[in-house]
Design a protein around this ligand. Structure first.
Ligand SMILES: Cc1cc2nc3c(=O)[nH]c(=O)nc-3n(C[C@H](O)[C@H](O)[C@H](O)COP(=O)(O)OP(=O)(O)OC[C@H]3O[C@@H](n4cnc5c(N)ncnc54)[C@H](O)[C@@H]3O)c2cc1C
Length: 533
């Protein structure tokens, strides 16, 4: 594997020199940028429009121990859902500091829904009490994102460049000194030199055929940090959301866990409420358990989906709490007050990622990661619902704090060499879409909810084969680079899943169905040197 995805003469391409560059425009990136702008000039680059993020799609809400909600039980529920692999110190930080930052969102005008002037908390899977704040019913992410982006636009110390795709990090030995990006509108390369780089590029869901994630979730941040030598952790843990809309031709739209929190039932196609027999919390069991149960029922009954039934619930409550879900389902002929919703699981969230410390710092100096791209250790083997917006908010602020307190403007020596990839040419063009569809089908089949040694070996072998010719190619388009990144991410997930010979949280091995605390209550750490390329 080359160190960089493109050749470039770094001296000759145009450049920008902000104090800090933040990559991404989701909750993690925007929180970091706002904090940094107290003292630094910040450049945000994002590969699509600023609103095209998982953050803006978040429905259920944000968990926080504000008002009378108990912080210790939030911590306990998070640890329990994480299957023994959460870092309790990091969870404590998230839960405690989250209180201040969620209150700040409220001060800044985020209008969380209320009942009689009090915050209307909802319940989700794995939560032992109502602690999830939501806004405009099921549009929490959109409301939070709008508030943050308005702050960004008002702040003269922050510049935001949309349609700028980060291709690679620029680094020398183990120090990061900027990024190389593609200005997608004009198709030209741009170098950004900075005192620190914050990668907040979100998740990896697009490697799977079935996913709730937006099209931007192609794992670019994980792949570029990996190429630069960053340590990755827990990459075998991918969360599958139990309930996404399953209708031919409709998007795999998420049907929020809060729908079950407000009382909806899961039914098999022969109308049995199967979760009651599976777990004491029935439909509100942790996500990994509900997803597995749905897949088992689908196999047993030889069906492609199950049903989410709201028919017994109050119609006014449904309309008030879930206006977005109601409207979307209605577009496809499903009136959720009258018809059960066809649903099945889909890839939703990456627990693993770039390994970071308490302040988002990585093993590469001046390189930080936060949000879904990072592995802080707060989610362990399975994320508790509505903890990821909170994580992005808290650890974004902490990364900024570390940069403000520790980094001087003296970045030291960095080379502006010519980056040269090995020459390669082909007579026939590569069909990006064809490989992508094959990769997505393979990931869904072989590194999906259930895994075994044979499938995982097969996955790694196939991906390595595709890599041989796809990674050699020198693309000049976002789609080409994204394909290369997705192959890299898929291979790392397959390798991590092969190594972990047990079942825990979101990682389920058919050939090792038990949890083995003696051997595997530990993290799988991988970096580039673990792969011979
Ligand atoms: C449908 C859905 C519903 C969800 N509901 C909830 C919920 O209710 N509560 C909750 O806590 N969590 C929820 N989640 C999870 C949560 O939304 C995400 O984990 C979180 O928003 C991630 O935030 P982020 O800032 O890390 O990344 P994102 O919000 O995904 O932002 C990533 C940003 O990085 C940019 N980017 C990516 N690659 C590059 C590149 N190469 N160059 C430049 N820019 C790049 C993207 O364009 C984007 O701006 C949900 C997720 C989905 C998909």
């Amino acid at each position: 594997m080359d160190n960089f995805l493109t050749s470039a003469d770094l001296k000759k391409i145009p450049s920008l020199q902000p104090d800090v560059v933040v990559v991404g425009s989701g909750i993690a990136a925007l929180s970091t940028a706002i904090e940094l702008a107290q003292k630094k000039n910040v450049l945000i680059i994002t590969k699509s429009s600023a609103v095209n993020t998982a953050t803006a799609k978040a429905q259920g809400g944000i968990a926080a121990a504000i008002d009378e909600v108990n912080a210790t039980s939030h911590l306990d529920d998070t640890l329990l859902a994480g299957g023994g692999l959460c870092d309790s110190k990091m969870v404590r930080i998230m839960v405690d500091e989250g209180i201040e930052f969620v209150n700040k969102l409220i001060e800044n005008g985020v209008a969380f829904d209320k009942n009689d002037k009090k915050i209307a908390f909802t319940l989700e899977g794995g939560h032992s009490e109502r602690r999830v704040l939501h806004a405009e019913g099921d549009a929490t992410g959109k409301v939070i994102h709008k508030s943050l982006i308005e702050e960004i636009y008002k702040n003269p110390k922050i510049q935001l460049l949309e349609e700028h795709f980060e291709i690679d990090l620029l680094y020398h030995e183990d120090v990061c000194y900027g990024v190389l990006c593609l200005d997608c509108k004009y198709g030209r390369l741009l170098r950004i030199d900075s005192q620190a780089v914050v990668v907040a590029t979100g998740g990896i869901g697009q490697i799977y055929r079935e996913t709730t994630n937006p099209e931007i979730a192609t794992g670019d941040g994980v792949a570029m940090c990996f190429r630069a030598g960053a340590m990755l952790s827990d990459m075998e843990f991918v969360q599958f959301h139990p309930t996404t809309l399953y209708l031919a031709g409709a998007p795999r739209f998420l049907i929020s866990e809060a729908v079950r929190g407000e009382g909806a039932h899961l039914l098999s196609l022969d109308n049995k409420r199967f979760m009651v027999e599976q777990h004491p919390l029935a439909e509100l069991a942790p996500r990994d358990i509900v997803s597995k149960s749905i897949i088992n029922i689908m196999h047993e009954t030889n069906t492609s989906h199950v049903l989410l039934d709201l028919r017994h619930m109050d119609k006014a409550l449904i309309q008030k709490r879930f206006p977005t879900i109601s409207a979307l389902c209605l577009e496809y002929g499903v009136d959720i007050t009258k018809n059960p919703i066809p649903v099945r699981p889909a890839a939703h969230y990456m627990m693993g990622g770039v390994k970071t410390g308490e302040y988002g710092e990585t093993n590469i100096k001046r390189l930080y990661a936060c949000g879904e791209v990072a592995c802080t250790g707060v989610h362990g083997a399975n994320r508790l619902a509505s903890n990821s917006l909170l994580e992005g908010l808290v650890f974004g602020k902490r990364a900024a704090k570390h940069i403000l307190e520790n980094l001087s403007s003296d970045v030291g020596y960095f080379p502006l060499n010519e980056i040269k990839r090995k020459e390669f040419s082909r007579a026939t063009p590569l069909d990006i879409t064809d490989i992508l569809l094959s990769l997505r089908a393979l990931c869904w089949r072989d590194i999906g909810i259930y895994r075994d040694e044979c499938q995982l070996n097969d996955a790694e072998k196939n991906i390595t084969f595709w890599e041989q010719y796809v990674l050699r190619e020198e693309f000049s388009s976002r789609e080409g680079f994204e394909l290369q990144n997705q192959l890299t991410v898929a291979k790392i997930i397959a390798r991590s899943a092969l190594i972990r010979k047990e079942s825990r949280g979101a990682h389920q091995r058919i050939d090792y169905p038990d949890t083995d605390d003696k051997k595997w209550k530990t993290h799988i750490l991988l970096s580039r040197k673990d792969f011979h390329d």
